[in-house]
Design a protein around this ligand. Structure first.
Ligand code: NAP
Length: 273
């Protein structure tokens, strides 16, 4: 497993972490991932998997970086504080490594939410502050509302089929020392699934054929090639979710090597922005 710096914190996180939305795998897949170096687990108040994460890291907590999120409908100052306390209870823990605002709010001023995030960091309940689904403008506003702590991470949708953030968000994050944590990096499994019936899928089918061909050439699986492609642009890390130990092993194998520039170019021509 290779690691990237979280924001400009000096803390190293794995390129491939472990997502837990709709996670039903029990402790084993997460523990296997941690064993393979994927010691970043992403959960959220919304997912109702914080307790499963807490159970999976019991006894090995100091080796794991735990990220969770406050729900987009809980962004008033007091609500954020209560939500963090509740997440800590669910996780059976005393500190959240990365606490993220799940979605920007259209009704609660961002300054109020970020003030609560700073209070949590002041109290030692949260180590680092992040956001999720924030545009460049929203990131700027959120950062401008905080005086003591940086935003170290923005968790956003990114995969071969959804490349919109390459235009402005990735360059902005790179220039400002903010990690891009790519969610749904396998396009909900569709970049890994079989059979693909590609001949019947027209232009999209051609993309999958090329993903298969590039993966074969690289001696990797399509899931590994699709995840590795996400890592091509710094400062991206990926957090695929799987309930299975075997797929966890497969996904962890997306790190530790690189597609060639020519393979990346072929994939990008096949899955245009
Ligand atoms: N911040 C946000 O708003 C937000 C939104 C969505 C997701 N997320 C985070 O990002 C994580 C990942 O995103 P996601 O769960 O939406 O989608 P994903 O990781 O792109 O895909 C998950 C799906 O792919 C399957 N899969 C995983 N590895 C596979 C492999 N090697 N081969 C074949 N199938 C495979 C899984 O099935 P099995 O489990 O059956 O293996 C599951 O159905 C989430 O779990 C969550 O932590 C955040």
């Amino acid at each position: 497993m290779e690691y990237r710096e979280l924001g400009a914190t000096g803390v190293m996180i794995p390129e491939v972490g472990l997502g837990t939305w709709k996670y039903r795998g029990g402790p084993e897949p997460l523990r296997r991932g941690i064993e393979l170096g994927a010691n970043l687990i992403d959960t959220a108040e919304m997912y109702r998997t914080e307790d499963a994460v807490g159970q999976a890291v019991r006894g090995i907590r100091e080796r794991v970086f735990v990220a969770t999120k406050v729900l987009g409908s809980n962004l008033r100052y007091d609500q954020v504080l209560r939500a963090a306390e509740n997440s800590l209870r669910q996780l059976d823990d005393s500190v959240i490594d990365l606490y993220q605002v799940h979605w920007p709010s259209h009704s609660v001023p961002i300054a109020e939410t970020m003030r609560a995030m700073e209070t949590l960091a002041d109290r030692g309940m949260v180590r680092y502050i992040g956001v999720s689904n924030f545009s460049v403008a929203e990131l700027r506003e959120a950062q401008g509302a905080m005086s003591k702590y940086p935003i170290v991470c923005n968790q956003v949708l990114y995969n071969l089929k959804r490349r919109g953030i390459e235009r402005d968000l990735i360059p902005y994050c790179r220039e400002n020392g903010i990690t891009v944590m790519a969610y749904t990096p396998l396009a909900d499994g569709s970049l890994a699934a079989r059979p693909r019936l590609s001949s019947r899928m027209g232009k999209a089918g051609r993309g999958w054929e090329i993903l298969d061909a590039v993966a074969l050439e690289a001696g990797r699986t399509p899931a590994q090639a699709a995840l590795n492609w996400c890592l091509w642009r710094e400062p991206v890390v990926v957090i695929p979710k799987t309930n299975s130990v075997a797929r966890t092993e497969e996904n962890c194998g997306a790190s530790g090597w690189r597609l060639t520039p020519e393979q990346v170019a072929r994939l990008e021509a096949a899955f245009p922005v």
